[in-house]
Design a protein around this ligand. Structure first.
Ligand code: 5GP
Length: 191
């Protein structure tokens, strides 16, 4: 299969460590992989940059893009906040002859799998436990008590979908999880 047709989906309950694994893969394979920058209506966090972490757009803009079918998938991931993958973003990366890496929530990942069943691979990153996941989210310091509770509830629900994905990686020890993801992705890119 030509590299421009492939898609790598990395999904997990929030706080399972998927972003660290995504960064690891992107750093290790800069010529083969590129981060798929999603559009979102949530506000940028202090360290985030528009066009690098997300395309931060207004709700009006987002709705317009939904109507014009510009998204391959979109979700209201958290109450009132939209996130979505733009077809144009995937095409931008395919044009560079790279494979897009999507860091998206479980529902979005299921949609992408449905839409690209033969050309995508999906990795579900599982936290060692829900208690551990709550600890990680707390130590990240980006959550209010309300958003923390919402994320933990959502995570428990999302864990029930793990069997829908091609591979599951339990993130007990980050180095080992990265090595496992590396092995799976290397194998996927080679075929
Ligand atoms: P955060 O607000 O912490 O950046 O991301 C919240 C959640 O939204 C994460 O689980 C992230 O993977 C997910 N997410 C980011 N971009 C997209 C997207 O384009 N589509 C979907 N469905 N989820 C996304």
């Amino acid at each position: 299969m030509a590299p421009q047709n492939k898609i790598i989906i990395i999904t997990a309950p929030s706080g399972a460590g998927k972003t660290s694994i995504v960064h690891y893969l992107l750093q290790k394979y800069p010529r083969q992989l590129a981060f798929s920058v999603s559009a979102t209506t949530r506000k940028a966090r202090p360290a985030e940059a528009n066009g690098r972490d997300y395309y931060f757009i207004s709700e009006e803009d987002f709705r317009q893009k939904i109507q014009q079918s510009e998204f391959v998938e979109w979700e209201m991931v958290y109450e009132g906040k939209y996130y979505g993958t733009l077809l144009q973003e995937l095409e931008r990366i395919w044009k560079q002859e790279k494979t897009p890496v999507l860091d998206i929530d479980v529902k979005g990942a299921l949609r992408i799998q449905e839409r690209f069943p033969d050309s995508s691979v999906s990795l579900f990153i599982e936290p060692p436990s829900v208690a551990e996941l709550q600890k990680r989210l707390e130590s990240r310091g980006t959550e209010t008590p309300e958003t923390l509770a919402a994320r933990v509830n959502k995570a428990s629900y999302e864990l029930s979908f793990k069997h829908h994905f091609d591979h599951t990686i339990i993130n007990k020890e980050l180095n080992e999880a990265c090595a496992e993801a590396d092995r799976l992705i290397t194998n996927y890119l080679a075929h």
